[in-house]
Ligand binder design. Structure first.
Ligand code: NAD
Length: 334
């Protein structure tokens, strides 16, 4: 199927071309993000393949539809960048990659926890400068600490499995409790109890109207002083300004982010020669107890290979009129 691939990086192209030896689609690669301004590039393509910082709002979708697009294939699990109602109204099918490597994201999440706790990011720089002093590097044992996991789907469950190995107590919150999490010994509680009792809180639910700014002033007020907050899900789960206040007041002792509410203006690009105008982001970078990675939790060779294969397989299924099971429709909850 003739497919316009947006937000192409060299690694996308490499893995998609390798996977395509099996599927034989006509792939045309575009480096720009898909927005209303670049949507003209997609005219004439029955399939448009996108990633998380492409913006498929009503205006963009209208142009795609009038250009003949029937299928939107996102190379991601999340689909909050796509107006599903709009796509359905225009007769377009949306497919995604529901699971490509939950291990990749879960392992990165635990990496953030360990790095922040043991200040490995600071120790790395110190040792390179010949500074072997330990002041300021003290951490805590993860053993016996309580971790609250919000969203116990594929990724949240694996985070829990790994942390169980460290001897952590595991609290959980989800709209739909996962029997595997219960079998692991996770205790489902309400948000109030999770916020109140957790030493570490890690977010693994999708961004929905319900979870937008889940971490707000009220949530923060319930948390333990010195709490560690980790977000590898979607930036807007957190009200960043509230979290900055929490860091200034020392309520938040550690903050680990792989996602950021305004990340589409920053992430996946080399801006090292640019002036970054986002003052909120820049403020976050000033705290010694904040660790930010640029949406790389998914970024393992296993995950990228799986994304490429599932994306092309989704396109083949659509072309042949088969249901892949990876279709997403409006009003789906996750
Ligand atoms: P999943 O669908 O397997 O699990 C999500 C869980 O969240 C489900 O159990 C669901 O019931 C729960 N949930 C939904 N609404 C909720 C709510 N209001 N409150 C509490 N729980 C709720 O998804 P997953 O594969 O585990 O992925 C989780 C999230 O991770 C995705 O939505 C995506 O935003 C993010 N993600 C990030 C990266 C990255 O590279 N940083 C990569 C992949 C996914």
């Amino acid at each position: 199927m003739k497919t316009a691939i947006f937000s192409t990086k060299s690694y996308d192209r490499k893995f998609l071309e390798a996977a395509n030896t099996k599927y034989h689609h006509e792939l045309i690669f575009f480096e720009p993000r898909l927005t209303i301004d670049t949507s003209a590039l997609a005219v004439g393509f029955p399939c448009v393949c996108v990633f998380i910082n492409d913006l498929l709002d009503d205006g963009t979708l209208q142009i795609l539809a009038s250009g003949g697009t029937k299928l939107i294939a996102t190379r991601s699990a999340g689909f909050n960048h796509i107006d599903l109602n709009g796509a359905a109204g225009l007769g377009m099918t949306v497919v995604r990659v529901p699971a490509y490597s939950p291990y990749a994201v879960a392992e990165h999440t635990v990496g953030l926890i360990l790095t922040l706790n043991r200040k490995i990011h600071r120790a790395y720089n110190r040792v390179r400068e010949g500074n072997f002093a330990l002041d300021g590097l003290m951490g805590f044992d993860l053993y016996n600490r309580t971790v609250g996991i919000i969203g116990t789907g594929k990724i949240g469950l694996i985070v829990a499995q790994i942390l169980k190995g460290f001897g952590c107590h595991l609290l959980a919150y989800d709209l739909y409790p996962n029997p595997e999490a219960e079998a692991l010994g996770m205790k489902y509680v309400d948000l109030l109890e999770l916020f109140t009792n957790s030493d570490i809180i890690s977010l693994h639910c999708p961004l929905t109207p319900q979870t937008y700014h889940l971490i707000d002033e009220a949530a923060l007020s319930l948390m333990k002083s010195g709490v560690m907050l980790i977000n590898t899900s979607r930036g807007a789960l957190i009200d960043t300004k509230v979290v900055i206040d929490g860091l200034k007041s020392r309520k938040i002792g550690y903050l680990g982010l792989d996602v950021y509410e305004q990340e589409s203006e920053l992430f996946f690009e080399d801006l090292s020669d640019e002036v970054i105008e986002d003052d909120v982001f820049q403020r976050l970078l000033t705290f010694p107890n904040v660790l930010i990675t640029g949406h790389q939790a998914f970024f393992t060779e296993d995950a990228i290979a799986n994304i490429a294969d599932t994306t092309l397989s989704n396109i083949t299924d659509f072309e042949l009129g088969r249901v892949s099971g990876n279709e997403v429709r409006a009003k789906v909850d996750s």
